[in-house]
Design a protein around this ligand. Structure first.
Ligand code: ZN
Length: 187
């Protein structure tokens, strides 16, 4: 055994410390900001002095947050209907798979993920807007979502699944989407 190998922990190369995702580095800045925000909130708790103002009224904000659900979202329902009408059958949110994928086509070893452009940060998309207030909060949220998506995708691929991500904005052109999904599922 070489000296280098003997220094390694069991598991070899995978155990060597290195950044998990390039995105993680990009997230560091926002994580620092979120810590600052948490500190400010703590101060507010102590002194009752709001330092960070959400310009949406609290009741409206909670309505908005309540409208956000991880499952059975409108875009996902639309994709389900589309795929079903094309004659494909699938399982929903299979809990045994990483990230509980939206639509699982087990016999084809294929998965469709339906992503909202805003929450999952569709690159270059006009719906990928960024709120102007509480930027640290949103940055942290978006970073966490993207990191989770990356990890889920990578793990599924390593498990031998073929994965297609459908973005919410693609539903604007159902016939184009249907063609793409048919190609993906038929190959
Ligand atoms: Zn989009």
């Amino acid at each position: 055994m070489s000296a280098e190998a003997s220094e390694r922990e069991p598991g070899g190369r995978d155990r060597v410390s290195r950044p998990l995702f390039p995105l993680y580095a990009a997230c560091q800045g926002s994580l620092r900001r979120i810590r600052l925000e948490q500190a400010a909130n703590f101060e507010k708790m102590l002194w009752g002095r709001p330092r960070l103002v959400d310009h949406v009224k609290p009741e409206k904000r909670s309505q908005m947050m309540a409208a956000v659900r991880s499952k059975d979202t409108k875009p996902e329902m639309a994709v389900r209907r589309l795929v079903h009408s094309m004659g494909f059958r699938y399982r929903l949110h299979q809990a045994s798979l990483p990230g509980k994928p939206d639509l699982v086509f087990a016999s084809r070893r294929k998965i469709i993920l339906v992503h909202g452009c805003f929450w999952h940060r569709h690159r270059g998309c006009r719906y990928t807007t960024t709120p102007k207030t509480r930027t640290a909060f949103w940055d942290q949220k978006f970073c966490a979502n993207m990191e989770r998506d990356r990890l889920t995708l990578r793990t599924l691929k390593r498990m031998g699944w073929r994965v297609k991500t459908v973005w919410q904005c693609e539903l604007k052109n159902p016939s184009k989407l249907a063609k793409a999904l048919n190609e993906f599922l038929s190959i």
